[in-house]
Design a protein around this ligand. Structure first.
Ligand SMILES: C[S@@+](CC[C@H](N)C(=O)[O-])C[C@H]1O[C@@H](n2cnc3c(N)ncnc32)[C@H](O)[C@@H]1O
Length: 275
């Protein structure tokens, strides 16, 4: 039988290649009594790999959540629009410059998927007016997405709640039976890790402190959580007394390339998972 393929997005910092290293430290999905909650969804590699029976998936990026909503509800329409979008550089810029307020949900979803598959390195970057402004990358990675791929993703999303929101609101609404998996933006090593400079994807050191406070609140409520993050001391000192597992392979500084001695860790508030 052909294996279903849930890889729909190119996602810098995505966890697709590190799944085996991460999943072994998470509770088996059957032991999650209520929801699997992922507040920094991105490409959703961990969600698709675990296939939990109930989930709340969220991200601050409204275009991304709109894409998943479109795929869930209108997979055939999204595919139909996606496959007809232009194949030239000029066409790419026309699609990029479309007025999204004039598009319906399948149209917006197809456009976002198209931009992700054909922009430079699958980056997400917006200008001051909130408009996607990544340059053209080519058509090579576009047809990795197929109709059956879209239908598989759509089916998998049917049983989940999707929310475009900051992480704090999502963590606050967790209850003790939920399990939280978090993969906030970070970049191991480099200048960005020092307090004032850590602004990768606008996720500042102040955001990391806010995240640590929200997770303290979750722990007080009895919510189990695990987070992939940088092993930088400035980050780890925000989580005193928590279990820290080094990930031997990580995403490193260059998107898409796995490195040994990644500088990435999993921080969690529960004991080692017995299998
Ligand atoms: C490292 S990526 C997650 C990648 C994902 N785990 C995967 O495998 O594809 C981090 C995500 O956090 C989102 N994000 C950034 N700031 C956020 C915030 N304040 N609240 C919620 N999500 C945020 C970004 O839009 C991005 O999708």
């Amino acid at each position: 039988m052909k294996r279903e393929n849930f890889r729909i997005l190119r996602y810098p910092g995505g966890k697709q290649r590190m799944l085996a290293h991460i999943v072994q430290h998470l509770p088996p999905p059957k032991t999650i009594r209520a929801r699997f909650v992922e507040p920094f969804l991105g490409g959703g590699a961990v969600f698709f790999a675990l296939n939990p029976s109930r989930a709340l998936l969220a991200d601050l990026n409204p275009e991304l959540i709109d894409l998943y909503r479109g795929l869930r509800r209108y997979p055939e329409e999204v595919w139909r629009v996606f496959r007809r979008l232009p194949t030239t550089k000029r066409g790419y810029y026309q699609v990029r410059d479309m007025d999204v307020s004039l598009l319906d949900l399948p149209g917006r979803a197809a456009r976002t998927l198209y931009l992700n598959r054909t922009c430079f390195k699958g980056m997400w970057r917006h200008n001051a007016e909130g408009k996607f402004n990544v340059g053209y990358g080519g058509q090579d990675r576009r047809w990795v997405v197929s109709r059956s791929n879209i239908l598989s993703v759509s089916k998998r999303l049917r049983k989940v709640s999707l929310k475009a929101s900051d992480f704090e609101e999502v963590i606050e609404e967790c209850s003790s039976q939920d399990f939280l998996f978090l993969d906030p933006p970070y970049r191991p090593g480099g200048r960005e890790m020092t307090h004032g400079h850590y602004t990768y994807l606008q996720f500042t050191y102040a955001d990391h402190k806010r995240l640590a406070a929200a997770l303290r609140g979750a722990s007080r409520k009895g919510v189990r959580w695990a987070m992939t993050t940088s092993s930088h001391p400035d980050i780890l000192k925000l989580f005193p007394g928590k279990r820290v597992v080094s990930l031997r392979h990580g995403t490193g500084r260059r998107p898409g390339i796995l490195t040994k001695r990644s500088g990435e860790v999993i921080v969690c508030n529960y004991d080692e998972v017995k299998r």
